[in-house]
Design a protein around this ligand. Structure first.
Ligand code: GDP
Length: 449
């Protein structure tokens, strides 16, 4: 996600490199590129205009920080503006003081409403809550059946109820029963999956109004498909005008959505994006962190998300040991490198990890490396290191020509592949040494990731 926008913005920033000062002349080209980048990312044109005007005003205004280079100043201004339009803080779910908390899921058919209801229940369960799910889509038996399957898959409570007639009365009755059932089952949250339509119509809106009045929900979350770009923004606005939403969930952010919906929906509705859907599985839901997403857009990566993900699946002690070794004078051994690779594999594909890293400084070339390295190659690297003796793993300098041949034979690879790995390993050791220098940390903190 955001790759294109990210690349285009990088180009705009590049045009300012080597300039001594920001002037109306050199900013003109950069602003043109920024405007185009945002428009091509399908950001709402009004939002683009506002943002570009503000960037221009700030860049040429008096409050530019002279400690930064002109290119860095513009990166910072664009970063601040993007964060401002996405909302500064991570929006939280609002809970009722008296349970159950009611979360009404709204949205058009196909937006991912039912899947998201399940993901949200799963996420809440992981947070120690006891959610109950109910579908009040009395018009589509398949939709109710789908939620049942979802609830079973994540092992969450579901209120099924009976549907004899498909009308608003039944919807209201089901919702009432579900709330009662949630209370008597000790569930502190009720997630209501509502009827989806292909288009907004009056009956749908009336029914949502009824549910809102009856349930007085803490949250009305609009589920929008990020791939539909400005259509998602427009329907969010219509729902908001009629229902007063409390937040938005943007789904399918793992696809090749250009990011425009994310960047416009808050500005247009005034409501925060609370979660993003990043896959079809039930754990593919993430709280939306504006600052991190902006980091990703600007090519500074999403280091914090990566750290969170890593913390969830990686042996923390081992990683800390590796980091302290890597950053120490002696550096890390090939055995440490192999252990680390195993951990990396636990995190998912190399591509997805690299995508979260910043594209600055020593990381800049990583994307190109990753494009060449597929996950099979990770296994090959592991096999090569496995074919070394423990002594060789600790002292890579002893690996001479004949040893390389033996290792290649043992691992079913070629001498070239062994050479390449040893070269990469040396480069990595060098990279970590650079990172351990105070000057690097200073630069990184200056970028405020
Ligand atoms: P509903 O009609 O709004 O209830 O939509 P569904 O929950 O049935 O979802 C429609 C399709 O989108 C399904 O195939 C889901 O698996 C898929 N989907 C939902 N959320 C995501 C997401 O975040 N990423 C991806 N790739 N697919 C999603």
């Amino acid at each position: 996600m955001f790759d294109n926008l990210s690349d285009k913005l990088q180009r705009a920033f590049k045009s300012l490199r080597g300039q001594g000062k920001l002037t109306p002349e050199n900013m003109e080209e950069a602003l043109r590129e920024i405007r185009l980048a945002l428009l091509e990312a399908d950001v709402n044109f009004k939002v683009v205009k506002e943002v570009v005007d503000r960037i221009q005003y700030k860049a040429l205004g008096e409050d530019v920080m002279t400690a930064l280079s002109p290119a860095e100043q513009v990166v910072k201004i664009v970063r601040d503006e993007l964060i401002a339009i996405l909302g500064k803080d991570t929006a939280k779910v609002k809970f009722a003081s008296q349970p159950p908390t009611i979360i009404l899921m709204a949205g058009l058919q196909g937006s991912g409403k039912t899947t998201t209801s399940g993901k949200l229940a799963h996420w809440l369960k992981n947070g120690g809550h006891r959610p109950m799910l109910v579908s009040v889509d009395v018009y589509r038996p398949a939709a109710r059946e789908q939620l049942k399957v979802v609830a079973q898959a994540i092992n969450a409570k579901l209120y099924e109820g009976k549907v004899e007639e498909a009308n608003t009365d039944t919807v209201v009755r089901l919702a009432k029963e579900a709330r009662r059932e949630a209370i008597s089952n000790g569930c502190n949250i009720l997630i209501v999956d509502t009827a989806g339509r292909l288009h907004i119509d009056d009956q749908l809106m009336d029914e949502m109004q009824h549910l809102k009045t009856l349930l007085n929900p803490q949250e009305i979350l609009f589920v929008a498909d990020a791939m539909t770009g400005q259509d998602a923004v427009n329907s969010a606005k219509e729902f908001h005008d009629k229902l007063t939403l409390t937040g938005v969930v943007l789904t399918k952010m793992d696809g090749d959505a250009r990011g425009g919906a994310a960047l416009s929906i808050r500005q247009v509705t005034g409501q925060p994006i609370k979660f993003i859907g990043v896959g079809e599985k039930y754990d593919a839901l993430e709280p939306f962190h504006p600052d991190r997403i902006v980091g990703r857009i600007l090519g500074m990566g999403d280091v914090l998300s990566l750290i969170e993900k890593a913390e969830a699946s990686i042996d923390k002690k081992k990683s800390e040991e590796f980091a302290s070794k890597a950053l120490s004078g002696d550096g890390f051994s090939l055995a440490d490198f192999r252990d680390q690779l195993k951990q990396v594999k636990k995190l998912g594909s190399l591509q997805s990890i690299i995508g979260m890293l910043p594209r600055i400084g020593p990381f800049a070339g990583l994307q190109q490396v990753a494009d060449k390295v597929d996950d099979k190659e990770l296994s090959r690297v592991e096999a090569i290191i496995n074919s070394m003796t423990p002594h060789e793993r600790e002292h890579h300098d002893v690996i001479n020509g004949s040893r390389r041949k033996r290792i290649a034979n043992g691992s079913g690879t070629s001498v070239q592949e062994v050479n390449q790995l040893l070269r990469q390993y040396s480069q990595m050791r060098k990279m970590f040494k650079t990172m351990s220098k105070p000057s690097f940390a200073k630069r990184l903190s200056g970028m405020k990731m």
